[in-house]
Design a protein around this ligand. Structure first.
Ligand SMILES: [Zn+2]
Length: 169
């Protein structure tokens, strides 16, 4: 019966992903708390204070990459998370994210292990690079912050990822 419930749960999750997009994955509370702590209790995007309704956001939208590893997660308040949806973050945010992942790499692994969650810096970085490198043209719309979508040069975003790549050397 348990197996039956589990398979129903899997089907329901697939259906949800199909209907609402696949950004709806809720990591455990420990992981969300740990990430929030690394961010000083502030929203990754607007730096507003995180409250009980804070959500774990896939920095590179899950609908584009399917990477759930902790390196791809940041804590955001609901308004930033809803506003960003599946839009790719712009160069400045990439820089902040790359810096977070470089500086907090060991802490991210520890938090993920404590929460039995995936951690994979190499794959997260490779996927992010590949997505940003393969964007068409110069004028790609990026999410720059709540209420701000504007075009920027993808190469700037690829350049911003370099901070994290340098950390691997
Ligand atoms: Zn925010």
């Amino acid at each position: 019966m348990v197996a039956q419930f589990n398979s129903i749960a899997v089907v329901e999750q697939d259906l949800q992903d199909h209907l609402f997009g696949s950004d709806r994955v809720t990591p455990p509370l420990d992981l969300r708390r740990g990430l929030g702590f690394l961010q000083g209790g502030r929203c990754f995007y607007c730096k507003g204070e995180l409250t009980g309704t804070a959500e774990a956001d896939h920095f590179v939208p899950r609908s584009r990459c399917n990477v759930d590893a902790i390196e791809n997660l940041v804590m955001a308040d609901r308004s930033c998370n809803n506003d960003k949806r599946d839009i790719l973050a712009g160069p400045e945010l990439i820089r902040t994210w790359a810096e977070r992942n470089r500086v907090e790499g060991a802490n991210l692994v520890r938090i993920a292990n404590n929460s039995r969650w995936d951690t994979d810096a190499t794959v997260t970085l490779a996927v992010a690079r590949s997505i940003y490198r393969n964007l068409p043209g110069r004028d790609t719309p990026f999410w720059l912050g709540r209420g701000k979508v504007d075009s920027a040069t993808p190469a700037l975003a690829v350049g911003a990822l370099q901070i994290w790549i340098d950390g691997f050397r």
